[in-house]
Ligand binder design. Structure first.
Ligand code: DIR
Ligand code: MN
Ligand code: MN
Ligand code: MN
Length: 305
Protein backbone atom coordinates (compact mmCIF):
# COMPACT_ATOMS: atom_id res chain seq x y z
CA UNK A 1 0.00 0.00 0.00
CA UNK A 2 1.04 3.56 -0.66
CA UNK A 3 0.84 5.73 2.44
CA UNK A 4 0.47 9.38 1.46
CA UNK A 5 1.61 11.98 3.96
CA UNK A 6 -0.28 15.24 3.53
CA UNK A 7 0.91 18.25 5.55
CA UNK A 8 -1.75 20.81 6.49
CA UNK A 9 0.22 23.49 8.33
CA UNK A 10 -2.67 25.44 9.78
CA UNK A 11 -3.47 27.01 13.13
CA UNK A 12 -6.32 29.26 11.93
CA UNK A 13 -8.86 27.05 13.73
CA UNK A 14 -7.28 27.63 17.13
CA UNK A 15 -6.46 30.66 19.25
CA UNK A 16 -3.10 29.32 20.39
CA UNK A 17 -0.53 29.67 17.58
CA UNK A 18 1.98 26.98 16.62
CA UNK A 19 0.13 23.89 15.36
CA UNK A 20 1.09 25.10 11.88
CA UNK A 21 4.58 23.74 12.60
CA UNK A 22 3.23 20.26 13.32
CA UNK A 23 3.93 18.66 9.93
CA UNK A 24 7.62 19.57 10.00
CA UNK A 25 7.99 18.40 13.60
CA UNK A 26 6.61 15.01 12.54
CA UNK A 27 9.04 14.89 9.62
CA UNK A 28 11.93 15.73 11.94
CA UNK A 29 10.77 12.96 14.30
CA UNK A 30 11.17 10.54 11.37
CA UNK A 31 7.59 9.80 10.35
CA UNK A 32 8.48 8.81 6.77
CA UNK A 33 11.21 6.37 7.74
CA UNK A 34 9.07 4.87 10.52
CA UNK A 35 6.22 4.23 8.10
CA UNK A 36 8.60 2.78 5.51
CA UNK A 37 9.79 0.39 8.19
CA UNK A 38 6.16 -0.70 8.60
CA UNK A 39 6.25 -1.86 4.99
CA UNK A 40 4.54 1.04 3.27
CA UNK A 41 5.54 2.73 0.09
CA UNK A 42 5.61 6.22 1.63
CA UNK A 43 4.92 9.30 -0.44
CA UNK A 44 5.31 12.65 1.33
CA UNK A 45 3.27 15.14 -0.68
CA UNK A 46 4.73 18.06 1.23
CA UNK A 47 2.52 20.76 2.69
CA UNK A 48 -0.72 22.06 1.28
CA UNK A 49 -0.91 25.79 0.67
CA UNK A 50 -3.44 28.07 2.30
CA UNK A 51 -3.99 31.46 3.90
CA UNK A 52 -1.87 32.72 6.77
CA UNK A 53 -3.19 33.41 10.24
CA UNK A 54 -4.72 36.92 10.42
CA UNK A 55 -5.01 36.60 14.24
CA UNK A 56 -8.45 38.21 14.05
CA UNK A 57 -11.17 38.32 16.71
CA UNK A 58 -14.23 36.08 16.23
CA UNK A 59 -16.90 37.53 13.90
CA UNK A 60 -20.53 36.30 14.11
CA UNK A 61 -19.53 33.26 16.13
CA UNK A 62 -16.43 32.20 14.20
CA UNK A 63 -12.76 33.03 14.20
CA UNK A 64 -11.20 32.88 10.71
CA UNK A 65 -14.11 31.19 8.93
CA UNK A 66 -12.90 32.14 5.44
CA UNK A 67 -9.37 30.89 6.15
CA UNK A 68 -10.61 27.64 7.73
CA UNK A 69 -12.84 27.05 4.69
CA UNK A 70 -9.94 27.64 2.27
CA UNK A 71 -7.69 25.19 4.13
CA UNK A 72 -10.43 22.59 4.26
CA UNK A 73 -11.10 22.81 0.53
CA UNK A 74 -7.41 22.03 -0.03
CA UNK A 75 -7.49 19.18 2.52
CA UNK A 76 -10.67 17.79 0.96
CA UNK A 77 -9.17 17.73 -2.55
CA UNK A 78 -5.85 16.19 -1.49
CA UNK A 79 -7.50 13.52 0.68
CA UNK A 80 -10.05 12.64 -1.96
CA UNK A 81 -7.38 12.37 -4.67
CA UNK A 82 -5.25 10.05 -2.50
CA UNK A 83 -8.21 7.78 -1.75
CA UNK A 84 -9.26 7.67 -5.41
CA UNK A 85 -5.71 6.62 -6.28
CA UNK A 86 -6.02 3.71 -3.84
CA UNK A 87 -3.65 5.24 -1.30
CA UNK A 88 -3.95 5.55 2.46
CA UNK A 89 -3.92 9.25 3.36
CA UNK A 90 -2.34 10.37 6.66
CA UNK A 91 -3.09 14.03 7.35
CA UNK A 92 -0.41 15.76 9.37
CA UNK A 93 -1.84 18.79 11.21
CA UNK A 94 -2.30 21.48 11.84
CA UNK A 95 -5.22 22.13 14.12
CA UNK A 96 -8.23 19.82 14.28
CA UNK A 97 -10.42 21.93 11.97
CA UNK A 98 -8.72 20.09 9.08
CA UNK A 99 -10.63 16.91 9.97
CA UNK A 100 -13.71 18.56 8.45
CA UNK A 101 -12.01 18.39 5.05
CA UNK A 102 -10.38 15.00 5.46
CA UNK A 103 -13.44 13.20 6.82
CA UNK A 104 -15.78 14.88 4.30
CA UNK A 105 -13.53 13.46 1.58
CA UNK A 106 -13.44 10.00 3.17
CA UNK A 107 -17.23 10.06 3.53
CA UNK A 108 -17.71 11.04 -0.11
CA UNK A 109 -15.31 8.30 -1.22
CA UNK A 110 -17.11 5.67 0.87
CA UNK A 111 -20.56 6.86 -0.26
CA UNK A 112 -19.57 6.48 -3.92
CA UNK A 113 -18.38 2.93 -3.27
CA UNK A 114 -21.14 1.85 -0.92
CA UNK A 115 -18.65 1.27 1.88
CA UNK A 116 -19.48 1.70 5.54
CA UNK A 117 -17.49 4.41 7.31
CA UNK A 118 -16.70 4.55 11.00
CA UNK A 119 -14.74 7.37 12.65
CA UNK A 120 -12.92 7.09 15.97
CA UNK A 121 -12.18 10.54 17.41
CA UNK A 122 -9.47 10.58 20.10
CA UNK A 123 -9.57 13.87 21.99
CA UNK A 124 -9.68 15.54 25.39
CA UNK A 125 -12.50 17.63 23.93
CA UNK A 126 -15.76 16.74 22.20
CA UNK A 127 -15.16 19.25 19.35
CA UNK A 128 -18.94 19.41 18.99
CA UNK A 129 -19.56 23.13 19.40
CA UNK A 130 -21.74 25.12 17.05
CA UNK A 131 -21.26 28.88 16.56
CA UNK A 132 -24.17 29.37 18.98
CA UNK A 133 -22.62 27.23 21.70
CA UNK A 134 -18.90 27.92 21.19
CA UNK A 135 -17.34 29.96 23.99
CA UNK A 136 -14.33 30.81 21.81
CA UNK A 137 -15.42 30.93 18.16
CA UNK A 138 -12.47 28.62 17.44
CA UNK A 139 -13.33 26.23 14.63
CA UNK A 140 -11.09 23.45 15.96
CA UNK A 141 -13.78 23.11 18.64
CA UNK A 142 -16.53 22.54 16.02
CA UNK A 143 -15.50 19.82 13.52
CA UNK A 144 -17.69 17.05 14.96
CA UNK A 145 -20.78 19.29 14.72
CA UNK A 146 -19.84 20.37 11.17
CA UNK A 147 -19.38 16.76 10.05
CA UNK A 148 -22.86 15.96 11.40
CA UNK A 149 -24.25 18.82 9.31
CA UNK A 150 -24.35 21.58 11.92
CA UNK A 151 -22.29 24.57 10.86
CA UNK A 152 -21.75 26.98 7.99
CA UNK A 153 -22.39 25.62 4.47
CA UNK A 154 -18.77 26.36 3.52
CA UNK A 155 -17.79 23.61 5.97
CA UNK A 156 -20.78 21.25 5.89
CA UNK A 157 -21.01 21.04 2.08
CA UNK A 158 -17.41 20.45 1.02
CA UNK A 159 -18.49 17.49 -1.12
CA UNK A 160 -20.88 19.70 -3.10
CA UNK A 161 -24.00 21.84 -2.61
CA UNK A 162 -26.31 18.82 -2.62
CA UNK A 163 -24.14 16.53 -0.51
CA UNK A 164 -25.65 15.10 2.68
CA UNK A 165 -23.80 15.59 5.98
CA UNK A 166 -20.53 13.65 5.99
CA UNK A 167 -21.58 11.56 8.98
CA UNK A 168 -24.64 10.30 10.85
CA UNK A 169 -24.20 10.40 14.61
CA UNK A 170 -23.97 6.59 14.82
CA UNK A 171 -20.82 6.64 12.70
CA UNK A 172 -18.58 8.49 15.15
CA UNK A 173 -17.22 7.51 18.56
CA UNK A 174 -15.36 9.91 20.84
CA UNK A 175 -12.64 8.53 23.14
CA UNK A 176 -10.67 10.21 25.94
CA UNK A 177 -13.02 13.16 26.45
CA UNK A 178 -12.69 15.19 29.67
CA UNK A 179 -13.50 18.78 28.71
CA UNK A 180 -16.93 19.57 27.30
CA UNK A 181 -18.57 23.01 27.33
CA UNK A 182 -22.04 23.29 28.90
CA UNK A 183 -24.04 23.74 25.69
CA UNK A 184 -21.77 21.38 23.79
CA UNK A 185 -22.81 18.69 26.28
CA UNK A 186 -26.41 19.12 25.16
CA UNK A 187 -25.45 18.67 21.48
CA UNK A 188 -23.57 15.45 22.23
CA UNK A 189 -26.49 14.15 24.26
CA UNK A 190 -29.27 15.14 21.86
CA UNK A 191 -27.45 13.54 18.93
CA UNK A 192 -26.80 10.35 20.89
CA UNK A 193 -23.09 10.41 20.02
CA UNK A 194 -21.17 7.47 21.51
CA UNK A 195 -18.61 8.88 23.96
CA UNK A 196 -16.10 6.99 26.07
CA UNK A 197 -15.03 9.74 28.44
CA UNK A 198 -12.20 9.46 30.98
CA UNK A 199 -14.57 8.30 33.69
CA UNK A 200 -15.65 5.38 31.51
CA UNK A 201 -12.03 4.55 30.70
CA UNK A 202 -11.25 4.63 34.44
CA UNK A 203 -14.18 2.38 35.27
CA UNK A 204 -13.99 -0.16 32.44
CA UNK A 205 -10.35 0.06 31.40
CA UNK A 206 -9.03 0.90 27.96
CA UNK A 207 -9.27 -2.65 26.62
CA UNK A 208 -13.01 -2.95 27.24
CA UNK A 209 -13.58 0.55 25.87
CA UNK A 210 -11.74 -0.23 22.64
CA UNK A 211 -13.55 -3.56 22.26
CA UNK A 212 -16.85 -1.71 22.55
CA UNK A 213 -15.76 1.07 20.20
CA UNK A 214 -14.68 -1.46 17.58
CA UNK A 215 -17.61 -3.86 18.05
CA UNK A 216 -19.35 -2.72 14.84
CA UNK A 217 -16.17 -2.52 12.74
CA UNK A 218 -15.63 -5.40 10.32
CA UNK A 219 -13.40 -6.06 7.30
CA UNK A 220 -15.83 -4.21 5.04
CA UNK A 221 -15.70 -1.06 7.14
CA UNK A 222 -13.46 1.89 6.28
CA UNK A 223 -12.12 3.01 9.64
CA UNK A 224 -10.89 6.60 9.96
CA UNK A 225 -8.90 7.57 13.05
CA UNK A 226 -8.84 11.27 13.91
CA UNK A 227 -6.21 11.64 16.62
CA UNK A 228 -5.89 14.89 18.57
CA UNK A 229 -2.59 14.81 20.50
CA UNK A 230 -4.31 16.54 23.46
CA UNK A 231 -6.11 13.23 24.03
CA UNK A 232 -3.02 12.08 25.94
CA UNK A 233 -2.19 13.28 29.40
CA UNK A 234 -0.19 16.53 29.12
CA UNK A 235 2.57 14.99 31.27
CA UNK A 236 3.47 12.76 28.32
CA UNK A 237 2.29 15.10 25.53
CA UNK A 238 3.19 18.68 26.48
CA UNK A 239 3.32 19.94 22.89
CA UNK A 240 -0.36 20.82 22.48
CA UNK A 241 -2.23 24.14 22.58
CA UNK A 242 -5.15 23.16 24.81
CA UNK A 243 -3.93 20.41 27.16
CA UNK A 244 -6.27 19.06 29.84
CA UNK A 245 -4.96 17.03 32.75
CA UNK A 246 -6.25 13.54 33.44
CA UNK A 247 -5.77 11.90 30.05
CA UNK A 248 -4.72 8.37 29.07
CA UNK A 249 -1.16 7.27 29.79
CA UNK A 250 1.45 6.28 27.23
CA UNK A 251 0.66 2.60 27.73
CA UNK A 252 -3.11 3.02 27.54
CA UNK A 253 -2.75 4.92 24.29
CA UNK A 254 -0.36 2.33 22.85
CA UNK A 255 -2.94 -0.34 23.67
CA UNK A 256 -5.55 1.65 21.70
CA UNK A 257 -3.24 1.87 18.71
CA UNK A 258 -2.35 -1.84 18.82
CA UNK A 259 -6.01 -2.84 19.04
CA UNK A 260 -6.77 -0.56 16.08
CA UNK A 261 -3.99 -2.24 14.09
CA UNK A 262 -5.38 -5.68 14.96
CA UNK A 263 -8.83 -4.80 13.63
CA UNK A 264 -7.34 -4.41 10.15
CA UNK A 265 -9.87 -1.86 8.91
CA UNK A 266 -7.85 1.37 8.98
CA UNK A 267 -8.29 3.32 5.77
CA UNK A 268 -7.23 6.87 6.65
CA UNK A 269 -6.10 9.00 9.60
CA UNK A 270 -5.47 12.51 10.94
CA UNK A 271 -2.71 13.35 13.43
CA UNK A 272 -3.52 16.83 14.69
CA UNK A 273 -2.98 19.57 17.27
CA UNK A 274 0.72 18.88 17.70
CA UNK A 275 2.19 22.25 18.69
CA UNK A 276 6.01 22.31 18.46
CA UNK A 277 6.14 25.85 19.91
CA UNK A 278 4.97 24.40 23.24
CA UNK A 279 6.85 21.11 23.03
CA UNK A 280 9.93 19.94 24.92
CA UNK A 281 12.71 18.87 22.56
CA UNK A 282 10.18 17.50 20.03
CA UNK A 283 9.09 14.77 22.45
CA UNK A 284 5.40 15.04 21.55
CA UNK A 285 6.22 14.62 17.85
CA UNK A 286 8.37 11.60 18.70
CA UNK A 287 5.51 10.23 20.79
CA UNK A 288 3.16 10.73 17.83
CA UNK A 289 5.51 8.71 15.61
CA UNK A 290 5.65 5.92 18.26
CA UNK A 291 1.87 5.79 18.33
CA UNK A 292 1.60 5.79 14.53
CA UNK A 293 4.05 2.88 14.35
CA UNK A 294 1.73 0.87 16.59
CA UNK A 295 -1.35 2.03 14.68
CA UNK A 296 0.26 0.68 11.53
CA UNK A 297 1.08 -2.68 13.01
CA UNK A 298 4.31 -2.54 14.99
CA UNK A 299 4.16 -4.99 17.89
CA UNK A 300 6.69 -6.13 20.48
CA UNK A 301 6.24 -9.83 19.74
CA UNK A 302 4.38 -11.96 17.24
CA UNK A 303 0.98 -12.56 18.74
CA UNK A 304 -1.50 -15.32 17.99
CA UNK A 305 -4.61 -13.71 16.43
C1 DIR B 1 -13.29 24.47 23.57
C2 DIR B 1 -11.88 23.95 23.40
N1 DIR B 1 -14.24 23.39 23.75
C3 DIR B 1 -13.68 25.35 22.38
N2 DIR B 1 -11.79 23.06 22.31
C4 DIR B 1 -10.63 22.48 21.87
O1 DIR B 1 -13.05 26.38 22.20
O2 DIR B 1 -14.61 24.99 21.67
N3 DIR B 1 -10.64 21.53 21.02
N4 DIR B 1 -9.47 22.87 22.34
O3 DIR B 1 -9.54 20.79 20.66
MN1 MN C 1 -9.71 18.13 18.70
MN1 MN D 1 -8.64 18.57 21.76
MN1 MN E 1 -28.62 17.02 13.86
Amino acid sequence: TTLTLIGAPTDVGASVLGASMGPDALRIAGIARAMQARGFDVRDQGNLAGPGNPQAEPASGFRHLAEVAAWNRAVYEATHAALQAGQLPLLMGGDHCLAIGSISAVAQHCRARGRRLKVLWFDAHADANTPESSPSGNLHGMPVACLLGHGPAQLTRLAGPEAPPALQSGQITLIGVRSVDATEKRFVNEHGIEVYDMRTIDELGMRAVMQAALADVDQDTHLHVSFDMDCLDPSVAPGVGTGVRGGPTYRETQLCMEMLADCGALGSADLVELNPALDVRNQTAELAVDLLESLFGKSTLMRPQ
